[in-house]
Design a protein around this ligand. Structure first.
Ligand SMILES: Cc1cc2nc3c(=O)[nH]c(=O)nc-3n(C[C@H](O)[C@H](O)[C@H](O)COP(=O)(O)OP(=O)(O)OC[C@H]3O[C@@H](n4cnc5c(N)ncnc54)[C@H](O)[C@@H]3O)c2cc1C
Length: 239
């Protein structure tokens, strides 16, 4: 079936970090397409319809009336959005697609979500939906950033963690100065750290999202080092 394409108003923009911006795109009147948390939309500027790029939804399927995407300043589209998109602009949006979906049914799964940098965006949707539906799905987010200044949605994840006893949000910093007061973990995500969070391997689903290099390194770690069957891993490669 043909994909639904709609022009949407940029309702609000929020700078999450100096290089990362969330756009809230308002659905036009009568717009209501079925979609799922974890999917991505494809967007383009009406003046350059040939230049389309995908963005994971950072909102969840229970958020109605708008989509949110969170974009890092990178490349042509990423830079145009972060430096130039403002409330009142219009963007064209191709309806959500993709299979990077949280396994909430059947209940009782443990989702281990591995992200680096902006790759955390869809996991905000996972965590939001689980908290609002009061699901008992266990979600562990293992998030790698360079420094504490690079943590996207830090406050929101901390708040969701307070709200939902089944959510754990862990950050590891890879490039902090030794004198930095951060008391959390330091260093890259490795097999030992991931293993520490596995409690019931047959019921665990692993997720990795972001630039290809990070996702491929995570695949090697989970599938080759930890010997997890590939049916238990979902990836979203951004290119
Ligand atoms: C399913 C999916 C979901 C995605 N979700 C998100 C998301 O939630 N948030 C997000 O920020 N991004 C996301 N992306 C990535 C996004 O689609 C864009 O690719 C990204 O914003 C970069 O914009 P661009 O493709 O126009 O960059 P391009 O201009 O095409 O550049 C592509 C890459 O090449 C690099 N590059 C460009 N020119 C040079 C050069 N001369 N020398 C060296 N390197 C160069 C850029 O830095 C960039 O990394 C997603 C991608 C996919 C496929």
């Amino acid at each position: 079936m043909a994909k639904l394409i709609a022009e949407m108003l940029v309702e609000t923009v929020t700078m999450e970090l100096p290089d990362t911006k969330t756009l809230r795109l308002k659905w036009p009147d009568g717009y209501d397409v079925p979609f799922k948390t974890g999917q991505f939309i494809t967007i383009y500027w009406p003046d350059t319809p040939q230049y389309k790029r995908a963005y994971s939804l950072s909102s969840c399927a229970l958020d109605r009336g708008f989509y949110e995407v969170t974009v890092k300043r990178d490349g042509k589209m990423g830079t145009r959005i972060v430096d130039w998109a403002k409330a009142g602009d219009k963007l064209t949006v191709i309806e959500p697609a993709g299979k990077f979906l949280p396994v909430f049914e059947p209940p009782g799964k443990h989702l281990i979500c591995i992200a680096g940098g902006s790759g955390v965006t869809p996991f905000r949707g996972f965590a939001r939906e689980a908290a609002r539906r009061q699901l008992d799905t266990r979600i562990t987010i293992l998030y790698s950033v360079r420094t504490t200044n690079d943590i996207i949605f830090h406050e929101e994840f901390k708040g969701l963690e307070q709200e939902n006893e089944h959510l754990d949000f862990y950050v590891t910093c890879t490039r902090l100065h030794p004198s930095d007061p951060w008391t959390g973990r330091r260093g890259r995500i490795d097999a030992a750290w991931v293993k520490q969070h596995i409690h019931d391997l047959p019921n665990t689903v692993f997720y990795a999202c972001g630039p290809n290099e990070l996702v491929e390194a995570t695949e090697t770690l989970v599938l080759d080092e930890l010997k997890v069957p590939k049916e238990q891993m979902k990836t979203e490669k951004w290119g």
